[in-house]
Design a protein. Structure first.
Length: 132
């Protein structure tokens, strides 16, 4: 299945919130994605099959040359079809064109094959502090 990738598309808060709930579980609570993306993100990419949003990723940024990849998600019934890889590649291409020099991503060990092996990120030392 080939998904149509759309860079910096007009986000529907309910649709994107539903995609996150479907993929990650938990209670469905609509989030203000449009305002959040416009305020904090340098770029975002959606994957669509027809009019259905089936994948999403975005990058928040520091206002300079660093961005941070967040929220890579693909609908459960569309996973394992390289949609996630295509989303990340499209985001990387757009960020390069926008002058971003460094793209950071944090992920759990079970996602090594996706981020490191498939998407090309290299492993670095990092720190994490839970604040609450």
């Amino acid at each position: 299945m080939i998904a149509d990738l759309r860079i910096r598309f007009a986000v529907d808060d309910e649709e994107l919130s539903r995609l996150h709930t479907d993929a990650f579980g938990g209670d469905h609570v609509p989030s203000p994605w449009t305002a959040r993306l416009e305020r904090h993100s340098r770029s975002w990419v959606g994957a669509f099959v027809g009019n259905r949003l089936v994948g999403f990723v975005h990058a928040v940024w520091d206002g300079g040359r660093h961005a941070f990849l967040l929220d890579t998600v693909v609908a459960p019934d569309f996973q394992h079809q390289r949609i996630g890889t295509s989303l990340v590649a499209a985001l990387i291409g757009d960020l390069r064109e926008l002058g971003i020099e460094w793209l950071h991503v944090d992920y759990e060990p079970h996602l090594n094959s996706f981020y490191r092996d498939t998407c090309g990120f290299r492993t670095t030392d990092a720190g994490l502090l839970r604040l609450n």
